[in-house]
Design a protein around this ligand. Structure first.
Ligand code: MN
Length: 587
């Protein structure tokens, strides 16, 4: 059972949401007024003029364009901005959201955007702008995702806008054909939901998951909707539970807010299916938010366990051991009134905010100490940095997307090594840990101790294991005598980072006998890396072949060998390539 949904109002059911979306009327002149009010309710000093100006340009540029639903196109960027305003994002993000489809779908250029709204807004819009299918072909989608991830490395707001964009597209998916509904819903489930989870933004994740369920499992969705709407005595029971809990907590002198905490449809469905329950599985749940220090959570736990008998094995301490997305709370299940199981979440106000808003918490509640906030944010984005590391060494976007999907699908484990916490894909081995610590340690590792006992380098690790890496007693600094990795490690390592590092070692150590075929590969990789710096990629060899001909090479292979031999700098080629194929200004 997963209790990790944040606090907040129950998801009202997608049909209701859809209805409210359809009630938008094109003549509503105050559409941007609602956005401004929502934004200013959270950020009182916000610049409303910037929002109105952005809306004006977006409305003008998209004029005449319609959504598949028949509504004016501007309803979409406006709704995306509204979602982000409710999340508490800053003005720059909302301006970028209003304009997010202009460069892709209208005559507005990035240059104009930069001139009219500044580099920050232009950067965010560029980050969510899709690559052109004409140039990138089948790789366009993969290249687009890679560009978005790279852009998010410098400014995570790119990803937050993309998530809000998808939330609105999912809400309005009804207007699409059955085939595109399934395709978009599946892609959302594969990539965007896990990304949202990694960023910890529960508020959007609930919406995305329920919309995915609605489109992929319509019958299950209807059944759960029916169940949620018709639970006898549900509200009265939750009120009774919350009331009794408040009394017990007050007796222990802990200051708390106690609220019913319903699950969203997707969680109910998952627990029902996973547990093999014939009827939707949805035990009552309350959240206790403590107004005080972290230690008060344990006092509150004592009060709850003193009131109702805890169910053995159901207590989880995500405060002492936070989840991978830094979610923190105490979870327990108790036997409540009428002998019914009740789930209880206990957390401080700060933990509650973090659970609900995830990475967006830094924008919704800006800290006075900007440097500290940036450091905290960087900490939370360790996962993203890891992805950026290995993406640099994946020349093709489709490969990158495959690794990313794998990484997102894998559950993550945390282990301890050299006194720090290391996050790895489930099933990772001591070799993965060694490469995570450093390339040198990876290259020289010969053995490992897991929880104090010797273990094979291929041993799959468990959550919380303490790892000690044993390295070879070679001559320090003499890298030639280092044994280096073994090829069979590639059969068991789990993290893309370790795979890349091992491959790199073999590439580096084969250089003296390098074949023409390998030179062609190397040249191609060098061009790929140079393109990466512009967040670009190549879907086919056609532009390169054309360039090779222009430069007087007999064929593409000869050009690639020259690049590998460093006779032609990859950067120069890439500059020409971009000039050749790109009409749009690039940043
Ligand atoms: Mn959009």
């Amino acid at each position: 059972v997963d209790l990790d949904a944040g606090l907040g109002p129950a998801y009202g059911g997608l049909t209701q949401r859809l209805r409210s979306m359809l009630s938008w009327s094109g003549s509503s002149a105050d559409a941007v007024g609602t956005l401004v009010r929502t934004h200013r309710a959270i950020h009182s000093g916000a610049d409303a003029a910037a929002l109105r100006r952005a809306y004006g340009i977006a409305e003008d540029k998209h004029r005449g364009q319609l959504r598949k639903s028949g509504e004016p196109y501007i309803t979409h960027p406006l709704a995306v901005a509204q979602i982000l305003a409710e999340l508490g994002m800053d003005t720059i993000t909302l301006v970028a959201a209003l304009l997010h489809d202009t460069v892709e779908d209208t005559t507005y250029t990035l240059e104009a955007l930069d001139r009219d709204f500044g580099a920050e807004v232009a950067y965010l819009v560029d980050g969510v702008t899709k690559f052109d299918k004409v140039f990138y072909g089948q790789d366009a989608e993969a290249e687009t995702i890679r560009k978005m991830i790279i852009s998010a490395g410098r400014d995570v707001r790119v990803l937050i806008i993309k998530l809000a964009d998808r939330v609105h597209n999912m809400r309005t998916l009804d207007a699409r054909s059955a085939a595109s509904r399934r395709r978009i819903a599946s892609a959302t489930q594969d990539v965007l939901v896990p990304l949202c989870d990694r960023l910890g933004v529960q508020l959007l994740k609930r919406d995305l998951e329920d919309a995915v369920l609605f489109h992929l499992e319509p019958e299950a969705y209807a059944r759960i909707h029916e169940h949620v709407q018709n639970r006898p005595d549900w509200t009265a029971y939750l009120d009774e539970v919350a009331g009794q809990a408040r009394v017990a907590l007050r007796r222990q002198k802990v200051d708390t807010t106690v609220r019913p905490r319903p699950r969203h449809y997707y969680t109910i469905w998952k627990d029902t299916v996973a547990g093999g329950h014939p009827v939707p599985f949805d035990p009552p749940r309350i959240a206790v938010v403590v107004d005080g220090p972290e230690t008060d959570c344990y006092t509150a736990l004592g009060a709850i366990h003193g009131l109702w008998r805890p169910v053995a094995g159901r207590f989880k301490d995500f405060i002492a051991s936070p989840k991978n997305n830094l979610y923190r709370s105490l979870h327990t299940t108790v036997i409540g009134p009428q002998e019914r199981s009740v789930e209880v979440l206990i957390r401080t106000e700060a933990m509650h905010r973090a659970a609900e808003y995830g990475i967006a918490v830094y924008y919704r509640f800006p800290k006075a100490n900007a440097a500290q906030a940036a450091a905290d944010r960087a900490d939370e984005l360790a996962w993203l940095r890891r992805v950026l590391d290995w993406q640099q060494e994946t020349p093709r976007a489709t490969e990158f997307l495959e690794s990313l999907r794998g990484d997102l699908a894998e559950s993550q484990i945390q282990v301890i090594a050299e006194g720090r916490t290391v996050m790895l894909p489930a099933g990772a081995t001591p070799v993965d840990v060694a490469y995570e610590l450093s390339t040198e340690i990876g290259d020289c590792c010969v053995g490992a101790k897991v929880n104090g006992r010797y273990a094979p380098l291929s041993a799959p690790l468990d959550e919380g294991d303490v790892i000690e890496i044993v390295i070879e007693d070679g001559t320090p600094g003499d890298s030639d005598s280092a044994r280096g990795p073994l090829r069979e490690w590639l059969d068991f390592v789990k993290s893309p980072h370790a795979q890349m590092q091992i491959n790199r070692w073999f590439t580096d150590h084969n250089e003296p006998t390098i074949t023409i075929a390998n030179k062609v590969k190397l040249g191609r990789a060098a061009i790929g890396l140079a393109l990466r710096r512009y967040s670009r990629g190549l879907a086919s060899d056609a532009p390169l072949r054309q360039l090779a001909a222009e430069l007087g090479y007999p064929d593409l292979e000869t050009l690639l060998v020259s690049v590998a031999d460093r006779k032609v700098p990859a950067d120069t080629l890439v500059d020409r390539l971009i000039a050749q194929v790109d009409q749009r200004p690039q940043r």
